[in-house]
Design a protein around this ligand. Sequence first.
Ligand SMILES: NC(=O)c1ccc[n+]([C@@H]2O[C@H](COP(=O)([O-])OP(=O)(O)OC[C@H]3O[C@@H](n4cnc5c(N)ncnc54)[C@H](OP(=O)(O)O)[C@@H]3O)[C@@H](O)[C@H]2O)c1
Length: 272
Amino acid sequence: MPMQGLGVFRIDDPNECEKTVYQALKAGYRYIDTATAYQNEGAVGRGIKRSGIPREELFIATKLWVTDANYNDTKNAFEKSLKLLGLDYLDLYIIHQPYNDYYGAWRAMEELYQAGKIRALGVDNFRQDRMADFVHFNKIKPQVNYLETHPFYQRTEELEYLNSENIVQVAWSPFAAGKFNVFKDDTLNKIAESHGKSVGQIILRWLFQRGIASIPKTTHIARMKENMNIFDFNLSSEEMNKILKLDKNNSVAGNRETAKEVNNFFDAFKNI
Ligand SMILES: NC(=O)c1ccc[n+]([C@@H]2O[C@H](COP(=O)([O-])OP(=O)(O)OC[C@H]3O[C@@H](n4cnc5c(N)ncnc54)[C@H](OP(=O)(O)O)[C@@H]3O)[C@@H](O)[C@H]2O)c1
């Protein structure tokens, strides 16, 4: 899979989303990450079609929402996503959250995978305990796990575990969604200056050197190009260690451990 992609969460205006996907593909992106929950698969599909890029060059990922996460509803949800995207197969289909009957959903996804309708299967937001359970009790294990990952939330132990199982970690919110003053951080700015690069490029390069794929979101063409331009320099081990020290275990999404936190999450997405 490509190690750099474009995320389209919160690009709610359909015209803007279509244009963003089109521009990204024209700028050299091949990996687009969307989800049923983002409600923009149709716009993503129109952007793909407009680009005229041959299907086999693309890597398109979308996600199954929790209300459809059971054996009976997964295949319908998958067909709906495929239709909206204007595709006849998916490169990566992902269980968006570890809720509802996600084991049943996985059975249906395994069948779609075996039928050649999906090229790779993944999960999202599966913490270590969920992941270990899921890997242990499934015949086909996930090929990727999407996790919020950035300099202030590094998840080193989870990365080691995923590496040991040959599962690719994909960083969502690699820039901490712009929170925690990430672009103003002193350490990151000093490293960026010394390479003649931006803070965003340093973060994406740091993730890449850890073997983590990234899907930063931007609607600006200049930033799309900037975020892709990370393959002409190297961070030294000293620089990698300086970034390691920035870890504060600070999550943008916050904890979802108590019943109240999980119920608040369900409430926030109840219209999907
Ligand atoms: N699976 C999940 O549970 C989950 C959750 C959240 C996100 N995601 C995925 O991960 C993707 C990215 O996460 P995210 O959108 O939350 O946050 P992000 O990519 O960490 O940050 C996006 C923010 O950074 C800005 N930005 C992008 N490139 C920049 C650059 N080079 N310099 C300065 N600012 C820059 C964007 O602004 P502009 O757009 O104005 O450039 C936007 O405000 C999502 O789109 C989605 O696909 C998945």
